[in-house]
Design a protein around this ligand. Structure first.
Ligand code: XMP
Length: 508
């Protein structure tokens, strides 16, 4: 498989660069700038992209790389900091720019393989305070803006290209075309990264590795573990056992839906462990959010490992870990590795042959594409993020069976109305919350004193920040009417109009 290396110098768009490359049907992987040159040489990359980064290249503490990388005969594209780094490595002059550029800027480009089919003037996304005051010897300036005399440079004989702007962000009008040109005209990629190939190749590798042994997978009903289950089922059929721990904190009917989907669509052994009572007992009287989260996490694994211990044959253990869970980022302290939050430590007494992570090279959207190709239902593949502790963090205060039931009903009505409204696709996430507040109401001629429910809906690209969604009033009115009429125990509905920050998406 053809591969592009995205060498990470700590920029905020590094994952985006890799995704854009993959969107062009070329596989890309991200490695930190601390990766030894020997590793790079051994990988047969078709091209290397230096990412942006927050530092100044002339500060000796900033991330640098040996100049040897430019002598490997592998095409290189430098972006932003990566562009300045190439200039610095080749003895050009990089300085603080007299005028920093930030945002959409018009650039003028000259004839270059990188800009083939792109108009002479177009808008790009700039974000820099340093600039190339003097390009290195042999480099030709092929792009400039009003305040940046070297917005793009090239040394075609050595296949080195560099741009001060960010072609990977959509604000750069022809950015994707530029990346496409780099991949196909400079690196001469053929575009062999397609999901059908991925499925075929992975299934045959899984078959070979697993042989006639057994595999066990913890299925949460989330996208990643569901797609991992689909792939493994296609590879080894009923040698796969999926263990689905239903702690009773899922959305209404979700446990049944997961069970029905996997038992009817796929060949596998499916074990559902219904343990709501176990969880309610463990959570009795607990109101502190962190304590609740801790208990739900610990009890989940207790139940899960207990189930695994019942399997008598030693086999493989599979997980739905995806690529962003595995990336070592070059950001900040280069030695620090991001927490592998999906990687679970097995208890010492459980023996297994190896861990299998069939999705560990994929981004989320690629996982979804694989899921669709495997025939996993749309509702599962496009499922909204759902917190591990489930409705446990959407019920403020103590969790009881009655509160779970009320919240599930209100949440189901909200989801149903959204699905019918065609407004749903505008939203990243929406759900109901039970804050444990009672208020006075009137129903018929009677006073009521019942629960309040909060509706939360957000738009966001990355969940680091989020805006509250401007849902049409009529739609909110319909949801409110239905909830107060249909859900016993609720007499008031409010809509949350807080962004993140200062709030978070969830309540606990
Ligand atoms: P917050 O509340 O931090 O949520 O703004 C951001 C996104 O993360 C999800 N979330 C979780 N996901 N386990 C998860 O797998 C958790 O404990 C958890 N807490 C929050 C949340 O639903 C939102 O999409």
């Amino acid at each position: 498989m053809e591969k592009i290396l995205v060498l990470d110098f700590g920029g905020q768009y590094n994952q985006l660069i890799a995704r854009r490359v993959r969107d062009n049907n070329v596989y890309a992987e991200i490695l930190p700038y601390t990766t030894p040159i020997e590793v790079i040489k051994a990988n047969n990359y078709k091209g290397i992209i230096f990412t942006g980064g927050p530092n100044s290249v002339y500060d000796m503490k900033s991330p640098h790389y040996t100049k040897e990388i430019l002598e490997l005969g592998i095409p290189v594209l430098g972006i932003c900091y990566g562009c300045q780094l190439i200039a610095w490595m080749c003895d050009g002059v990089v300085k603080t720019a007299p005028v920093s550029e930030y945002g959409k800027i018009e650039v003028t480009v000259k004839d270059s393989l990188l800009f083939k089919g792109i108009p002479e003037k177009s808008v790009v996304w700039m974000s820099h305070t340093d600039y190339i005051a003097q390009p290195p010897e042999h480099f030709e300036v092929v792009g400039c803006s009003k305040d940046c005399p070297c917005a793009a440079m090239q040394y075609p004989e050595k296949e080195i290209y560099a741009v001060q702007f960010h072609p990977e962000v959509t604000h750069s009008e022809y950015g994707l075309k530029m990346l496409h040109n780099f991949l196909y005209l400079v690196c001469k990629c053929s575009g062999d990264w397609v999901m059908d190939n991925f499925i075929e190749k992975t299934v045959s590798e899984l078959r070979e590795k697993i042989g006639d042994k057994r595999v066990i997978l913890g299925l949460s009903g989330g996208v990643d573990s569901s797609v991992a289950a689909g792939l493994l089922s296609r590879a080894v059929g009923d040698q796969l056992t999926c263990v689905f721990v239903d702690q009773g904190l899922m959305r209404k009917d979700e446990g049944d839906f997961v069970e029905k989907t996997f038992t009817s669509l796929f060949d596998m052994k499916f074990i559902r462990v219904n343990c709501q009572e176990h969880f309610l007992k463990a959570l009795k009287g607990v109101t502190d959010p962190e304590e609740k989260r801790k208990i739900i996490g610990t009890e989940f694994y207790k139940v899960f490992w207990e189930e695994i211990r019942k399997q008598d044959e030693k086999g493989y253990f599979a997980q739905g870990t995806i690529y962003p869970d595995c990336i070592e980022s070059g950001k900040g302290n280069a030695d620090k590795i991001k927490t592998h939050h999906n990687k679970v430590k097995m208890p010492d007494d459980i023996e297994f042959l190896d861990i299998i992570e069939p999705l560990s090279s994929l981004f989320k959207d690629e996982v979804r594409r694989v899921g669709e190709k495997l025939g996993i239902p749309h509702e599962l593949v496009w499922r909204q993020p759902f917190p591990g502790p489930g409705l446990g963090v959407r019920i403020i205060g103590e969790i009881t069976a009655e509160k779970i039931e009320i919240l599930q009903q209100a949440d189901a009505i909200f989801r149903e109305e959204m699905a019918n409204s065609e407004y749903e696709s505008n939203l990243a996430q929406f759900f109901a919350v039970l804050p444990g507040v009672k208020s006075v109401g009137v129903m018929g001629d009677h006073r009521t004193y019942e629960q309040l429910v909060i509706l939360r809906a957000v738009t966001t690209d990355d969940f680091m920040t989020a805006d509250w969604a401007r849902i049409p009033y009529e739609l909110l009115a319909r949801v409110s009417n239905r909830i107060t009429n249909e859900v016993k125990g609720i007499n008031r509905v409010v809509y949350d109009i807080t962004s993140k920050p200062p709030a978070t998406v969830e309540y606990e």
